[in-house]
Design a protein around this ligand. Structure first.
Ligand code: ZN
Length: 173
């Protein structure tokens, strides 16, 4: 028993379930939310509902979008024959911000990690293979992180894509 009303306990539990938020921070956040004017607090809750309702994975590249397909996959200005493979949606953002890249992306939503029981079926690999096998792709650039899991994933994908007539490269860091 914390001595708090149960709805406050519930709010603290929700904050504490977020990555990197400990019990103390969760309490601080919960009290902060309670101290907000009604409209601000409700706008916060609405933003979560709205994002969850409208955002889904682009059926082509698996990046997050609130359109039917994402803006990059539907852009006539992008080279649809070059696919850059990244682990997370945030990697697309950093590519778009920092690099001169005009191709399209494929977001895996993870990397292979035997230690954490993440296998090929747990990330968006079959979506990439069916995309390449459908044709129209000339180059696939592996841009997973240059660490053990990123390298393993890139090597695994390179082998999978070997049967197709597509150039597979590893991004040089
Ligand atoms: Zn897309």
């Amino acid at each position: 028993m914390s001595g708090f009303p149960s709805s406050l306990d519930n709010l603290i539990d929700r904050f504490a379930s977020l990555p990197g938020v400990g019990r103390k921070s969760a309490q601080r956040l919960a009290f902060h939310v309670l101290s907000l004017p009604d409209e601000e607090a409700f706008a916060f809750a609405d933003a979560i509902s709205e994002a969850k309702r409208s955002i889904h994975r682009c059926p082509v590249c698996q990046n997050l979008t609130d359109d039917e397909q994402c803006g990059i996959c539907t852009s006539a200005k992008r080279d649809q024959s070059t696919i850059c493979v990244v682990a997370q949606p945030r990697d697309v953002l950093s590519f778009e911000r920092s690099r001169e890249y005009n191709g399209v992306y494929h977001v895996l939503h993870g990397v292979l990690s035997p230690m954490n029981h993440v296998g090929p079926d747990d990330i968006c690999i079959k979506e990439l293979v069916s995309r390449v096998s459908a044709g129209g792709v000339s180059e696939v650039i592996m841009a997973t992180n240059p660490d053990t899991e990123g390298d393993t994933t890139a090597m695994y994908l390179s082998r999978l894509l070997k049967p197709f007539e597509v150039k597979v490269t590893r991004l040089a860091y």
